[in-house]
Design a protein around this ligand. Structure first.
Ligand SMILES: C[S@@+](CC[C@H](N)C(=O)[O-])C[C@H]1O[C@@H](n2cnc3c(N)ncnc32)[C@H](O)[C@@H]1O
Length: 213
């Protein structure tokens, strides 16, 4: 499983960040960088599943003590190139985060990382992260399922049948955790569903908005 995942990210590594920028309509960078202001000055920060690491680079530049982990050597290679001489100030580890034994860290960034695991595994990954923080007791407060139970507005979850990064089971689990949420899986589409089948996605959103307005 980890080997499959590594292979998938190895393939997308050269254009992952550009693709994410398109899919997020240019917002993903800002979303990730906004967390820096929550770290205490000089904090030790672990980036798990760092990818090519625009956030980790900004953290190194801001003087944080950065450790960055990724399964994919190509992703880490991109981060290393992007850091240039500053790479010496960070610790880059090519490993499965679930085996990482370092820490404790002051903060852990799991940017767009938990979504790569299925519903059962995600709890284990969170526990592992919390152990690295030495905060196991607060694990409960981070459970997304409790937040999802509190969602009261009409919700539509759109998934893609062939999404290799967000397993269908995980997307379905999201809808099941939100009271009354609808779930649609778009056949024949992969992770870039909004680019692959924009009309289908737009139609589903409009249909949903017409029903709920
Ligand atoms: C969706 S990408 C997110 C990348 C980056 N954090 C971002 O926000 O752009 C998920 C990353 O997690 C890495 N990854 C997947 N499973 C992993 C694991 N078990 N341990 C470490 N990294 C993993 C992938 O190689 C990929 O770079």
């Amino acid at each position: 499983m980890a080997a499959d995942r590594r292979r998938s990210y190895e393939i997308v590594a050269p254009f992952y960040e550009e693709l994410a920028r398109v899919l997020s309509l240019g917002r993903i960078g800002r979303a990730k960088l906004s967390q820096l202001e929550h770290f205490a000055p000089g904090a030790s920060v672990l980036y798990a599943g760092v990818g090519s690491g625009e956030d980790a680079r900004a953290a190194v530049e801001a003087g944080f003590d950065v450790t960055a982990i990724d399964l994919s050597p190509r992703m880490l290679g991109r981060l290393q190139a992007r850091l240039g001489p500053r790479a010496a100030k960070a610790t880059l580890c090519c490993e499965d985060f679930r085996s990482h034994a370092g820490g404790p860290y002051d903060a852990i960034a799991l940017n767009f990382f938990l979504n790569v695991f299925d519903t059962l595994e995600v709890d284990r990954v969170l526990d592992h992260a919390l152990e690295r923080l030495g905060l196991l007791d607060s694990a409960h407060s981070l459970r997304l399922s409790e937040e999802l139970e509190r969602v009261r507005c009409p919700t539509l979850v759109i998934a893609a049948e062939l999404d290799g990064f967000v397993p269908l089971d995980r997307a379905r689990g999201l809808a099941e955790a939100i009271d009354g949420a609808s779930f649609v899986s778009i056949e024949g589409a992969g992770h870039a569903v909004v680019v692959e089948q924009p009309q289908r996605v737009a139609d589903l959103c409009l249909e949903f908005l017409n029903v709920v307005r």
